[in-house]
Design a protein around this ligand. Sequence first.
Ligand SMILES: Nc1ncnc2c1ncn2[C@@H]1O[C@H](COP(=O)(O)OP(=O)(O)OP(=O)(O)O)[C@@H](O)[C@H]1O
Length: 318
Amino acid sequence: MEAVVELKGLTKRYGELRAVDDVSLRIEPGEIFALLGPNGAGKTTMIGCITGLITGFEGQVKVAGLDVVDHYRVTRRMVGLVPQELNWDAFFSVRQVLEFQAGYFGVKPTRAEIDELLDQFSLLEKADANTRWLSGGMKRRLMICKALMHDPVVLFLDEPTAGVDVELRDELWGYVEALRARGTTIVLTTHYLEEAEKLADRVGIINRGRLLRVDDREALMEEFGRRHVEVKLREAPTAGVIEALGQHAVEVEGRTLRLNYTRNAGEEEGGEEVDYLLKTLVGAGATILSVEGGRSSLESIFREVLHEDADASSKGAS
Ligand SMILES: Nc1ncnc2c1ncn2[C@@H]1O[C@H](COP(=O)(O)OP(=O)(O)OP(=O)(O)O)[C@@H](O)[C@H]1O
């Protein structure tokens, strides 16, 4: 099947900086692809090269099989972009914003078609309201409607939930899932592993312009589904306690024990291992002062991926 987006050796330089560095990637029809990377990784630049906002790159970018440089007008119409910042004039009504956008792409939706789109995003009753009076969530939904006006084959969402509260984030995730159900191919950029975990079929990890990994979400989550639990005791554990913990990889530092474990596929938490640790400690008569748990942060995942990358390149060089 033809890829919706295909990058071959995409490189974008700003002076000495390679904001995107030799990236090759295929986005398949109907998938949600998350581009995961820290600030300045090159996500927005990469999207800009695909959506026609950024030119002067090396390598090849195709949308639906067409080169975005040679077929600029056609490919620009096939992509929709929801940028990070609000992008309309605050004096217009919701309907006017959409009509202007349609005009920009030379499409002439009927009033009923605009109403239908607004209805899908629960904005119909605000159709004639000034955009200034929309809530934050409504504004973000209007941005998505705007990007959908010309019926793109692929929709790019640049950090759709940056800086929004948990409730609004969940709401936006719901809309993204609804779009996928309609069959829209979606590429989203995010800092948050959780967002990629929740929404994406596949995840690409980008850092310093380089695409370090591309994996199915499940494979990535399995590999990085690491958790830890830290137990603080009143007294340092005795040799007997440490022996009882046996095979379990428990790190002991003074009165603190740390167990690193991998979340099993399909399980929410560690289950057995944490249970075993705590029961063993209690069984050995240790007094537990506190128990804290967490999972590998995105930062630690990046460190790990970067480490692997550095190891691989040093081996390649030797
Ligand atoms: N027009 C420009 N001129 C010079 N450097 C730029 C320009 N645009 C981006 N950069 C640099 O390119 C790198 C990648 O930036 P980009 O905005 O693509 O990252 P990002 O992953 O989208 O980051 P964020 O998550 O913060 O939005 C950064 O170092 C940035 O400073």
